[in-house]
Write a protein that binds this ligand. Sequence first.
Ligand code: IVH
Length: 649
Amino acid sequence: MNNQEYINAVEKLNLWAYHYYVLDDPIMTDEGYDKLYHEVVEYEEAHPAEVLADSPTQRVGDVVSEGFVKAKHLSRMWSLEDIFDAQGLQKWLEKTYRLDSSVTFYCEPKYDGASLDLVYENGELIKGITRGNGEEGELITQNVKTIRSIPLSIEHKELIEIRGEVVIFKEEFEKINKERMKRGEQLFANPRNAAAGSLRQLDPGITASRNLVFLPYGVGVNSLEHKLLSDKMSYIYELGFREPPLRAVTKGYDEIEAIYEKMKEQRESYQMMLDGMVVKVNEIAAQIDMGYTVKVPRWAVAYKFPAVEKITTLKDIILQVGRTGVVTPVAVVEPTDIEGAVVERATLHNFDEIERMDIRIGDQVIILRSGDVIPKIVKVLTQERNGSEVKIERPKNCPVCGSELLQEEVLIKCQNLTCEARVVNSIIYFASKQCLNIDGLGNKIVEQLFNAALVRSVLDLFDLTMEKLLELEGFKEKRAKNLLTSIESVKGCELWRFINALGVEHIGEVGSKMIAEAFGLEYAHATQEQLVTIDGIGDEMAESYLEFMRVNHETVEKVQAILQPVAPEQKEEAKENPFKGKTVVLTGTMSEPRPKIKEMLESLGSKVSGSVSKKTDYVIYGEDAGSKYDKAVSLGVGTLTEDEMRSLL
Ligand code: IVH
């Protein structure tokens, strides 16, 4: 690797990370990322003087500090007044309208995590400070740099404090607790505690390992001139921060209530925990006029969601067997209403956890519905026992096929490939959203089809007929017809969906897309050498793929013959034009959103890159262009205004 290649590699890694951590839309596999990352590390070790400040390696702090020093916020961090119901909202609105009757309201999630203040100066992240008492907090810059959704540098050059909440996504939280359990460590009670605890680690390596996420909700000191908070926030997101799953500008009571209901309903499907919705006056001038009480702004309020913890009784434990054979214990509890949903089941992860918590049938337990599909047991009320509770034994045989179970680390697995549960779950996976997305073919129906012996493998799905379906309970002509139509409609699906649906271990959505892109309909004949030349596919993935194709080639061929998947189109070569084959960088505010201009240039055959180097052919700039423009001038790279670019075309 030479210096230029190093610069390009850093740029690539940052782009991939932005797609992964901020846009949630990965364009590279973990393996591909790791490979290039290691090359960057090697280069940096050999050339320490050339290390770039925004290289991803600069995120990994290895200096364990002895304690944190205090740091003052440039402006105070406030808290929020809470309201709990429609009446509370009504009252708050009356109060607010008395101060200014013409305002509108910006609504966004109230994230459940730990607040953080980021200070950027000259476009560089210089400080990360915990909330502390609002006036001063602890300086945790080294830890903050490990959070991948926090850019190390931004295009905004004036001093700015960007504030937000550091959270742990629900899925990651489960993973961390599973690992802690494996190691016999105390579990985190909820994602908020896990986030706060991880942020204040003296060893930044631990913080880095927790996959924290930063979600901005406002600014402190700043020189932004937007008149509306909603515009200010859009600007912050454009700088490279994560957007909330839902935000809206609303006029008054009815619209606020409608967004609140929507957020409450949707929050199950969000990656992060919310504990409410924040309502803020959208006009900055009105915010300034309204000001603050001693503790909270008069222009904002936290509209909390109802609590989600309940006490219930554990009635039984049932065992579920997944696609890969893992046997998971599921708690059956006395049906309990949590926020309008009746909860009857709760996850228990595995038998180590049952033993660690010493859960017994008949126990009183606290269940938490934290937005996960299945709630979980967080605490056993051992003091409530009366002696009739029954201990839970580890199973020795598969509850479905009876074959002997093997313990693989914390997991207990059924080894029988033809185990009914494994087959049923692979069919469910085949039909699921990220695979073929067969509408109307969910868990229940697959089970029903399997039990009626109508479907014993994915191939049988395509032999279903109206007569066969009408034999099933609950199937009338309309329902049967809909199901047949949606099965039929997946014929001609995109090739990557078909590859993903096969369920090859280690090959997920991104891997499937890469294979489809690289081999088209020759996907099944890819060799080890060819596979590993794809950026993002490594030895383990390639081996798993080849092994799968070797064992299952007959079935794969048959399914392909039925589905007739369509390979991605080979990109047409662009006609001759001044930008064909050129590397360009876009900066500043343009007449259209930059991604749109990027797309146009790419269709003309240019490579649009995120940072300026000697290899750049043109920097195309809009209003308020900053450091990228300056760098182009200093490197002697050609610059064009947006208009000049358009006139060249
Ligand atoms: S605004 C001046 N917005 O909730 C406004 N806070 O209960 C101050 N929080 O300390 C805060 N999501 O850590 C705001 N969308 C959001 C938020 C949010 C979470 C946290 C924040 C704050 C606490 C107040």
